[in-house]
Design a protein around this ligand. Structure first.
Ligand code: GLU
Length: 443
């Protein structure tokens, strides 16, 4: 059974980077007929809020990345406590008493000797009497996980290929603070085991964590999931800027971005597959494959997203958008107006051009021409090809052609110099309005 999870901390809103991670977890589960879980990593009680959790849920809902199950770590402390006790009984966690200042001093001494900042395990050598003395001073221990220096760490990453880490070059990670609260590392491994996670898909900033957590899986006698660490997302300027780091679903919605456009982009950037406009997610899921992911950072470009969004809108069928269109706008109107939209709410503006009042500034030399157009339009049989009929007759009558023939008509009929194909638009405007507009422009 394929089970993936998206595990954000509800200490803020989702940004485009973690939306991408959520998407890939969701897609992999979909592709394999598996399950996708949402796990809120809310062990940081001070910074985690219910509002952020609700916003994360709402964002995933907007994107259509629905989780079959949701869990939050703050409900699961009893389990962590049991596993912690089991590790303690095995001697795989140990209490440490160094203050932050003492640890910093150790790091500085190592750095001065040109050595990496690896914790020296001094606390491991404390005797009972020494520990008792420290506790008598009022010190409470924090806890570290004891890495097994004799078990080399290796896994075959689905994106990065074979990975090797030497546990001797890593510090025993702190897993629990002196106040009893949990750091990210151990609860996450416990949950991945308990929830039967088959694939952990996350950013490459977690590669070292994976090395540490692999030893936790082993210490907890659990099989390990598969891992896929994706290269990080960067902006068009080549780094994850502050702006990109705060770019979330609210901003995309405000920009008129459709969820499918964001998904189409985030599914493909950083992979060897091209970014393509799609009206439906199915082909993206079918082609989703970690083997296609590259090691270079994925470049996110807001302008590329906007252009893709427009191309996707031009493909969307009437049924997909009907409930967001102005009242009265039917399938024919959508087909006429769609090619001119960069965002769906602009349909409103074009519908106003069809139905509402238009005002145009007409050059004096075009007035007689438009009066002739009004007369022809009033006499014409109104049908679907009326634009062709009308302009052909006007061309024959006045000798005008090209821009001189078409532009004054477009201006008089729509109030604008550019817009949807007049072949499609004029039947929507209809005879009465068209004749009225042409007469008004001629006056
Ligand atoms: N809460 C962690 C984070 O947001 C989860 C990482 C993971 O996927 O294990 O970085």
């Amino acid at each position: 059974m394929i089970v993936t999870r998206f595990a954000p901390s509800p200490t803020g809103r989702l940004h485009v980077g973690n939306i991408r991670t959520a998407l890939h977890n969701w897609m992999w589960a979909k592709r394999q007929g598996g399950r996708f879980l949402l796990r809120l990593d809310d062990t940081d009680a001070e910074r985690s809020t219910a509002e952020n959790a609700a916003a994360i849920r709402a964002d995933l809902g907007w994107l259509g990345l629905v989780a079959e199950t949701e869990a939050k770590q703050s409900d699961r402390f009893a389990l962590y406590e049991r596993r912690f006790e089991a590790l303690r009984a095995k001697g795989r966690v140990y209490p440490c008493y160094e203050s932050a200042e003492e640890l910093e001093l150790k790091r500085r001494i190592l750095a001065g000797r040109g050595l990496p900042p690896i914790y020296d395990r001094a606390a491991l050598n404390l005797g009972d009497a020494e520990r008792a003395a420290l506790e008598a001073e009022g010190r409470r221990p924090h806890w570290r996980f004891l890495l097994d220096h004799d078990s080399p760490i290796a896994w075959d990453d689905l994106i990065r290929g074979p990975q090797h880490l030497d546990p001797r070059l890593l510090s025993d990670p702190v897993i629990r603070r002196a106040d009893g609260s949990w750091l990210y590392m151990l609860p996450s491994a416990i949950d991945d085991i308990d929830m039967g996670i088959s694939h952990v898909v996350r950013g490459e900033d977690h590669v070292t964590n994976t090395g540490l957590q692999l030893q936790m899986f082993a210490a907890l006698d659990a099989p390990t999931p598969a891992f896929a660490h994706e290269a990080l997302l960067v902006g068009s300027e080549g780094k994850l800027s502050k702006r990109l780091g705060s770019l979330g679903c609210d901003a995309f919605r405000a920009d008129g971005i459709e969820p499918i456009a964001l998904i189409a982009l985030l599914a493909r950037i950083g992979t060897s597959l091209p970014v393509e406009p799609v009206a439906d997610i199915a082909p993206l899921i079918e082609s989703f494959d970690f083997a296609r992911f590259g090691r270079a950072p994925a470049r996110f470009d807001l302008d590329e997203l906007k252009a893709l969004n427009a191309r996707i809108i031009h493909m969307l069928g009437y049924d997909a958008v009907a409930d967001r269109l102005p009242a009265g706008m039917d399938a024919a109107a959508w087909a006429a107006i769609r090619p001119n939209l960069e965002r769906i709410d602009q349909a409103q503006d074009w519908w106003a051009v069809v139905e509402g009042e238009v005002a145009a500034t007409i050059a004096a030399e075009d007035r007689d021409y438009l009066a002739a157009a009004a007369a022809l339009a009033a006499d014409a049989d109104w049908h679907d090809a009326i634009w062709k009929t009308l302009t052909a007759a006007l061309g024959a009558e006045t000798g005008r052609k090209g821009k001189a023939l078409f532009l004054p008509l477009r201006l008089a009929l729509t109030g604008r110099e550019h817009g949807p194909d007049m072949n499609a638009l004029l039947p929507l405007i209809g005879k009465d309005r068209a004749v009225g507009r042409l007469r008004a422009a001629a006056a």
